[in-house]
Design a protein around this ligand. Structure first.
Ligand code: B12
Length: 300
């Protein structure tokens, strides 16, 4: 572990600041310093979940990191190209107040020329949807560090399903009168991608997928855990592969300016959203693997 990560984990604020200065002087990119700090925060978080640290230490760690971010912010902003790249709505979902990571993303997006509408923390699902509609933003970023908040992401999927249903029903009714809503098919197809992508992490966490328990139940406890670990690992690799590829596809859509046939909806924001959700799904699988071995949850 890097000395800076260690100093963060040990809550040694003075040393953290010294090491950050040293790294800046040595020409280490600001984003790389953030990454190193993040490793320290993850390790500190583990100590918290093991009961070694308490909430007071967590709060102190946040203060240390906020100090570091104050120093790094101008450097992060300078990494951008400065062109106007589009509008992004972002926020931390309801029930969650973690915002250090989200603020870094905001800084980077602004630095890269995006116009960012930051809704802050503890933001309810409908507020996200309303802001996207009002601002016409093409990218929506949801930040969530607590597992408990996945239902809020599911709520975004829920709103998308409702819009799909209303649109479809209205379109059918208007079609009867010879006045269909142009573009219904395209909007519904894209919303379907949103529904699947934003719903899938919660489905995995709830184990809402189809399981073949009747086979697993015949195995010994250890073999069952190994089997469960292997399936999660396989899914993790699969989703990482799909997510990675989708980022490339989204970038290609963006460069090529790919839009839908009738109402010219751009494809790339949806592709980016689905890619991010695939990576989130990887986190769920990684968490499941830890859970299988940590808590002896053999049916995980
Ligand atoms: C600091 C911290 C706090 C601070 C937060 C201060 C703040 N203003 O943000 C305080 C003390 C308030 C806090 C409170 C709690 N915390 Co806390 N916290 C942490 C800790 C140690 C670090 C988080 C952090 O800032 N990391 C550094 C940043 C740079 O990384 P990041 O947030 O991951 O962000 C990066 C990426 O995720 C990504 N990213 C983030 N957002 C977005 C958004 C988009 C759109 C994109 C593309 C990318 C992106 O980019 C960022 C830059 O690389 C983590 C440990 C961990 N493993 O993360 C626990 C952790 C998240 N906390 C945890 C818990 C349990 C809590 C509490 C419930 C504790 C309690 N008993 O009260 C409360 C919950 C309060 C609430 N309702 O939200 C658990 C969550 C467990 C879980 N999975 O559900 C963790 C994992 C600790 C642990 N191992 O147990 N916490």
């Amino acid at each position: 572990m890097d000395a800076l990560s260690q100093a963060i984990r040990d809550l040694d604020e003075k040393r953290v600041n010294e090491l950050v200065e040293e790294k800046i002087k040595a020409g280490v990119p600001a984003l790389e310093i953030v990454k190193i700090c993040n490793e320290g925060m993850v390790s500190l978080g583990d100590l918290f979940s093991e009961g070694v640290y308490f909430i007071s230490e967590l709060i102190f760690s946040a203060e240390i990191l906020k100090g570091v971010m104050k120093r790094l912010d101008p450097l992060l902003q300078a990494t951008g190209e400065g062109s106007s790249a589009g509008k992004v709505v972002i926020g931390t979902v309801k029930g969650d107040i973690h915002d250090i990571g989200k603020n870094i993303v905001v800084t980077l997006l602004r630095g890269a020329g995006f116009e960012v509408v930051d809704l802050g923390v503890d933001v309810p699902g409908p507020k996200f949807m309303e802001t996207v509609r009002r601002t016409g933003a093409r990218v929506l970023g949801l930040s969530a560090l607590l597992n408990l908040t996945y239902p809020e992401m599911k709520a975004v999927a829920g709103v998308a399903v409702t819009v799909m249903m209303l649109l479809t029903v209205t379109d059918i009714l208007l079609r009867a009168g010879g006045r269909p809503i142009i573009g219904t098919f395209e909007v519904v197809s894209l919303l379907l991608a949103v529904v699947i992508a934003f719903g899938i992490p919660q489905v995995s966490l709830d184990r809402g997928h189809v399981n073949m328990d009747f086979l697993l139940e015949r195995l010994s406890d250890r073999s069952r855990r190994v089997m469960n670990t292997l399936t999660r690992l396989f899914c993790l690799i699969l989703f990482a592969f799909i997510g990675g590829n989708l980022f490339n596809v989204a970038a290609r859509f963006k460069t090529a300016g790919e839009v839908s046939a009738t109402i010219q909806l751009p494809f790339y924001p949806i592709a980016y959203g689905v890619a991010v959700c695939c990576l989130l799904e990887c986190c769920v699988f990684a968490y499941e693997i830890v859970r299988i071995w940590r808590r002896g949850d053999d049916h995980a």
